[in-house]
Design a protein around this ligand. Structure first.
Ligand code: F6P
Length: 324
């Protein structure tokens, strides 16, 4: 078993509320375990460029409540090339870094898995994305805060929708997954959801909405941005073409979903995962993600987290339908 003296820590891909709580937990756990922490700024791009900064305990004070990431983040094209990864490895060696902890989503873990294999460098992943679309964990950092942001916004939209008897198509994030739309749909009592995991939902929804609108009832439909039927604005336009008599509006929540102070759930889970990531390295894990399954910390091989697909919970889909 190799002795780890210095680790690199980065956030990568889309930011998510709670990433700072994880940075704090990794830093303080490592220091407690007599390991130095080097913060890598701007994700893998910063790794390639050697944009490193020593993190001491005081550097992570007062950040647990902050959204975003103090290390900043990026989606690096250079890191996708072998040349970029070679440069990144040389920077890690120059700074005496023995292992890396990366907080991010599937793109970040794909890169971590490749680099770990190419250079025999231990990499531990902490799942951080508001999309919650990573295999091997029930939960990803930022998901809970994003859900709360969505329902806060949709509750307000509901007030105006019902005052005017309008149909609202509300687009939420989720390029390839409908977890945000599904869970927030239940929480705000949406009349329908459109998500990439469920095909051919639009015609069914059209019938239902037409009936409701005739009865002068307002409706909220949550649309995941990656839905097969198109973006919310296109779906609303199609609907309007067929039913010009109904009053339809569209709202795109956008990047508001990625910001703001993390919820209690995100702060606590990010702290747990940050501690677990350092412990995983000390237990000689070489290429794994720490995840939460049934509220227990687990380790999942990094390649599994990116190769396997996480399914939406069928029971939750049934609930949406049943309650309408
Ligand atoms: O963080 C994931 C995600 O929020 C996706 O749901 C969304 O499509 C994407 O990021 C947008 O990211 P950006 O605007 O940073 O490219």
């Amino acid at each position: 078993m190799e002795v780890i003296k210095r680790i690199g820590l980065l956030t990568s891909g889309g930011d998510a509320p709670g990433m700072n709580a994880a940075i704090r937990a990794v830093t303080r756990t490592a220091i407690h375990r007599k390991i130095e922490v080097i913060g890598i700024r701007r994700g893998y791009q910063g790794m390639i460029e050697g944009d490193f900064t020593r993190l001491r305990s005081g550097d992570v004070s007062g950040i647990i409540q902050l959204g975003g990431t103090i290390l900043q983040t990026a989606r690096s094209m250079d890191f996708m090339q072998k040349k970029g990864r070679q440069q990144a490895y040389e920077q890690l060696k120059k700074f005496g870094i023995d292992a890396v902890i990366v907080i991010g989503g599937d793109g970040s873990f794909t890169g971590a898995g490749i680099m770990s294999k190419e250079f025999n460098m231990p990499f531990i992943g902490i799942p951080g994305t508001i999309d919650n679309d990573l295999y091997g964990t029930d939960y990803t950092i930022g998901y809970d805060t994003a859900l709360n942001t969505v329902i806060y916004a949709v509750d307000k939209i509901r007030d105006t929708a019902s005052s005017h008897n309008r149909i609202f198509f509300v687009e939420v994030m989720g390029k390839e997954a409908g977890f945000l739309a599904l869970m927030s749909g239940i929480a705000c009592g949406a009349e329908g959801i459109l998500i990439p995991e469920v095909k051919h939902q639009f015609s069914k929804l059209k019938k239902y909405l037409a009936q409701r609108a005739r009865e002068k009832k307002s409706s909220i439909i949550l649309v995941a941005e990656g839905d097969d039927e198109g973006r919310a604005i296109e779906i609303a336009a199609r609907f309007h073409k067929e039913f010009p008599e109904f009053d339809i509006r569209t709202t795109i929540l956008g990047h508001i979903q990625r910001g703001g102070p993390p919820s209690v759930v995100d702060r606590v889970n990010a702290s747990r995962m940050g501690v677990a990531a350092v412990e995983a390295l000390l237990e000689d894990q070489k290429c794994a993600m720490v995840g939460l399954v049934n509220n227990n910390i687990i380790h999942v091989p990094l390649n599994k987290t990116v190769k396997l697909h996480k399914d939406v919970n069928k029971e939750l889909l049934d609930i949406i339908e049943m309650l309408n």
